[in-house]
Design a protein around this ligand. Structure first.
Ligand code: NAP
Ligand code: F7E
Length: 328
C-alpha cells in the first residue's frame, strides 16, 4: 500500500486530495498544526481514514518527525498562508510559511530520504499568482514570473527551491502551477465562495446585499476536485517537472455575479452589489489565463467541470447550508 503525507490537510485541496488518494488505496497521513485546531473535527468527519500528525511548516523538527512516522512514498506540500489580500498585512509570516516553509519541507524530505532520494516524490503547490503582472497571455510553464503580492513572491521562492532541489540533488520534485480552483469547500474569504454564500443568503432573505472590491479582475477558475487529480498524476511520472494546470478560459467577477444571481432567479443584480476600497488590492493581478497544454499532453489531464457548473454547484451547496443553518 503506497503512503502519502499531505501538509495543508485541513484546507480545500487537502480534503479533496485525501479523498482521491484513499480511493486509490493509499495510506494517507495529514499534518495538522496548533494545539486545538478548529478544523480537526471537520477532517475527522470528512476523511476519517486519514491519520493526523501534529506539525507546522515553520517547525523543521516536526516535519522530520512526521516523515519518520508516515514513511511516505509521496509528499504533497499544500500547506500555506494562501489568502493573497492577507499577505500584504502579514508579509513576514507569509514569507515564513508560504516561502520558507517549502524549503523546510523539501530539505526535511532530502534528509529523511538519505541515499535513496527518489524513494520520496515531492509535490509543491505553486500558483498562477506568480505570473502577477502577466508577461504573456496565456501563461505557460516558461512565462516570466512577475509576482504582485507578498504571497506571490513567497510562492516564487518555493517554486524555484523545488526546481533547485530537483536539479541539484536529482530529486523527484514537481511544481504544479495551479490557477484558481474553487469548490463548496472553498474558504469564505475568497471571492467565489463569498459570492455564492451571499447570493444564497440574499435569495433566502437573510442578507440585503454584498460588498466587493474590483469587479473587473479576471481569473481562470476551475474545480478543485479536478485539480487534485493533476497533482497525483505529476507524481506518477518517471521524473519531476513543472506543469501549468488551468482551464484556458478567463472570466470576470461580473460574469461570476451574473451566473450566481441568475441561478436564484435574479437577472439585474446592480442594486445588490456594493463596492468598497477595503476589498481592493495594493497591486492587482488583472488577467489570468493559463495554457494547460503540457498537463493535457504529458499527464493526460483534463478538467471535467466548466465554469457555469462550478458556480451553480457552489450556490446550490450554500442554499442547502443556509437553509439548514437558518431553518428555512
Ligand atoms: P487553504 O484552503 O487556504 O488551505 C491552506 C492549508 O495550509 C490549511 O490546511 C492550513 O491549515 C495550512 N497551513 C497554514 N499555515 C500552516 C503552517 N504554518 N504549517 C502547516 N500548515 C499550515 O488552501 P487551498 O486552497 O487548499 O490551497 C492549497 C495549496 O495550494 C496552498 O499552498 C495554496 O497556496 C496553493 N494554491 C491554491 C490555489 C487555489 O486556487 N485554491 C491555486 C494555486 C495554489 P490551518 O487550517 O491550520 O490554517
Ligand atoms: O480573489 C477580486 C480580487 O481572493 C480573486 C488563492 O487561492 O488563487 C487565490 O487567490 C479576485 C481578485 O483569489 C473581492 O481582487 C473582488 O482579483 O478569490 P480571491 P486570488 O487572490 O486570485 C490563487 C491562484 C492562489 O494561489 C491563492 O492562494 O477577486 N475580488 N472583490 C475580491 N476578492 C476577494 N477575496 N474578496 C472580495 O470582496
Amino acid at each position: 500500500m503506497p503512503s502519502a503525507l499531505i501538509t495543508g490537510i485541513t484546507g480545500q485541496d487537502g480534503l479533496y486530495l485525501s479523498e482521491l488518494l484513499l480511493a486509490k488505496g493509499y495510506e494517507v497521513y495529514g499534518l495538522i498544526r496548533g494545539q486545538n485546531n478548529p478544523k480537526y473535527e471537520l477532517v475527522r468527519e470528512l476523511v476519517p481514514d486519514v491519520k493526523l500528525l501534529t506539525g507546522d511548516l515553520t517547525d523543521f523538527s516536526s516535519l522530520i518527525r512526521a516523515l519518520e512516522v508516515a514513511k511516505p512514498d509521496e509528499v504533497y506540500n499544500l500547506g500555506a498562508i494562501s489568502f493573497v489580500a492577507y499577505s500584504w498585512e502579514n508579509a513576514l509570516v507569509t514569507s515564513d510559511v508560504t516561502g520558507k516553509g517549502v524549503l523546510n519541507m523539501i530539505e526535511a524530505v532530502r534528509l529523511y530520504a538519505g541515499d535513496d532520494l527518489n524513494q520520496v516524490k515531492f509535490y509543491q503547490a505553486s500558483s498562477s499568482e506568480m505570473f502577477g503582472k502577466v508577461q504573456e497571455v496565456p501563461q505557460r510553464e516558461s512565462t516570466l514570473l512577475w509576482p504582485r503580492s507578498p504571497y506571490g513572491v513567497a510562492k516564487v521562492f518555493g517554486h524555484y527551491m523545488t526546481i533547485n532541489y530537483r536539479e541539484s540533488y536529482g530529486m523527484h520534485a514537481s511544481s504544479g502551477i495551479l490557477f484558481n480552483h474553487e469548490s463548496p469547500r472553498r474558504g469564505p474569504e475568497f471571492v467565489t465562495r463569498k459570492v455564492s454564500q451571499a447570493v444564497a443568503r440574499i435569495s433566502l432573505g437573510l442578507q440585503e446585499d454584498i460588498t466587493l472590491g474590483n469587479l473587473d479582475a479576471k481569473r481562470d477558475w476551475g474545480f478543485a476536485g479536478d485539480y487534485v487529480d493533476a497533482m497525483w498524476r505529476m507524481l506518477q511520472q518517471p521524473e519531476g517537472d513543472d506543469y501549468v494546470v488551468a482551464t484556458g478560459e478567463t472570466h470576470s467577477i461580473r460574469e461570476l455575479l451574473d451566473i450566481a444571481f441568475a441561478h436564484v432567479g435574479i437577472e439585474d443584480w446592480g442594486h445588490l452589489v456594493k463596492q468598497d476600497p477595503r476589498f481592493m488590492r495594493p497591486a492587482e493581478v488583472d488577467l489570468l489565463i493559463g495554457d494547460p497544454t503540457k498537463a493535457q499532453e504529458k499527464l493526460g489531464w483534463t478538467r471535467q467541470v466548466d465554469f457555469p457548473t462550478l458556480v451553480t454547484m457552489m450556490v446550490e451547496n450554500d442554499l442547502a447550508e443556509q437553509r439548514a443553518l437558518n431553518g428555512r
